[in-house]
Design a protein. Structure first.
Length: 418
């Protein structure tokens, strides 16, 4: 069994205690404004169904799962090939390579693919030439081609892809080997953290998001076997499986595409919560917008490409539950929430409705933060939790607008660039 810290257990206890108290408080406030419990539930139905139920589920399910989860035994020592595609990464490539070489796992090889860089990426990587395989593609810029090129030189049983602006923890490869001692596991996602979180408000919000949305979200998805994306910044897959499914396809969102292909052969995909990688995030709103637009354009493109996965028993829970849930939560909810709330805001007092809506989403966010603190290994990863009010009231609404724009733009005019 995994041993939760006293801090984890305290957060878990506080969260369970707050569930009835918070519900009582918000229904009491609604009653003060002469809104019955039934009308309140009807007014905020999308928030209850799409958001509150999930927040409570995380509060209860994840800590209990961690309490009874058996950690893997490190009895498997395969050769691990780490492929690092790099296009104009002169500033970050040295730290990335060094983090892999300094890993405490002995049976590894490091393959760096200079993907047509026009800066000093190749020169910087050349300083590690004696300890890595340094490859070069004269015409580059497309990540999947670089990954497939590196795959041709890989000798390991496991393939780990690491972005050139990412560094991995010293024990990351040992953790991977331990989990993959289970032959049923075919692919996995590492756990991402933000390395440049202290730059400004935007990077701090993304640091918070990487823990709350990506870490905790992937834990829950992996538990229900519905993890659909193993991020390219830190992904793991068995080489024989990667070769059998044709390697990385040159599509927008190659990590999402790869994960769905693994699910289609009924492979088990897991989330390794204690296998950390630290990546850089956008530091300006303009670059953040471009990144997220690219993410969600690729999301809808890959879902259309793999549309035969939906509601198919032959693909298991990823087809029956995972893919439909992604469409509901990431795409349809972007329209459902504002449309529903706008109708009732028109019917009710705008001020009262707005206050209740903000209060309800703050409560949901508080439960989610406490759920994260109930299971994460290092509470300091949520040191930006004081930004909690800004997330539901500012960051996520802005993000919803970006998502909506990306989905509509991709449907109207599909993108041809990565």
């Amino acid at each position: 069994m995994v041993k939760l810290s006293s801090f984890n257990l305290l957060a878990f206890g506080i969260n369970l205690t707050l569930i009835p108290l918070m519900l009582y408080a918000i229904f009491s406030i609604a009653g003060y404004f002469n809104i019955s419990a039934w009308n309140f539930v009807l007014m905020f139905l999308p928030a209850f169904v799409l958001d509150y139920v999930r927040a409570i589920g995380k509060s209860v399910i994840l800590p209990f799962y961690e309490l009874f989860r058996k950690p893997p035994r490190p009895a498997y020592t395969p050769t691990i090939s780490v492929i690092i595609p790099a296009h104009n990464e002169e500033r970050t490539i040295a730290a990335c390579i060094a983090s892999v070489l300094e890993n405490d796992y002995k049976f590894k090889e490091v393959i760096v693919v200079d993907d047509g860089s026009t800066d000093g990426t190749y020169v910087v990587a050349s300083k590690f030439r004696e300890r890595i395989k340094l490859l070069s593609r004269p015409k580059g810029g497309i990540k999947t081609y670089a990954l497939n090129y590196g795959l041709g030189f890989a000798k390991g049983e496991l393939i780990v892809t690491v972005d050139a602006d990412t560094i991995i923890s010293r024990d990351a490869l040992s953790k991977i080997a331990a989990y993959f001692s289970n032959p049923r596991i075919l692919a996995a996602s590492g756990n991402l953290r933000v390395i440049n979180e202290n730059k400004n408000l935007l990077t701090m919000l993304q640091s918070y998001e990487y823990v709350i949305a990506f870490d905790i979200g992937r834990r829950l998805q992996a538990l229900f076997r519905t993890l659909l994306i193993i991020p390219g910044a830190k992904s793991i897959i068995r080489k024989r499986i990667l070769e059998a499914i044709g390697g990385f396809d040159p599509v927008l969102g190659e990590d999402f595409d790869l994960t769905l292909k693994v699910h289609k052969i009924r492979g088990r995909v897991i989330f390794i919560s204690d296998c950390y990688a630290f990546t850089e995030v956008p530091e300006t709103w303009r670059s953040w917008f471009k990144q997220r637009e690219r993410w969600h354009r690729s999301q809808i493109r890959v879902l259309i490409r793999h549309r035969n996965i939906f509601f198919r028993r032959m693909f298991g829970t990823p087809g029956i539950l995972g893919a439909p849930d992604m469409v509901l939560m990431d795409m349809l909810a972007v329209i459902i929430r504002p449309t529903w709330f706008a109708f009732f805001m028109y019917a009710q007092s705008i001020v009262v409705f707005g206050l209740l809506l903000m209060l309800f989403y703050l409560i949901i966010e508080l439960h989610t933060v406490l759920s994260a603190l109930s299971v994460i290994e290092f509470p300091s990863d949520l040191k930006n939790a004081y930004l909690l009010p800004l997330v539901p009231l500012f960051y996520r609404p802005v993000y919803s607008i970006v998502r909506f724009y990306a989905y509509v733009a991709e449907l109207i005019k599909p993108s041809i660039k990565w």
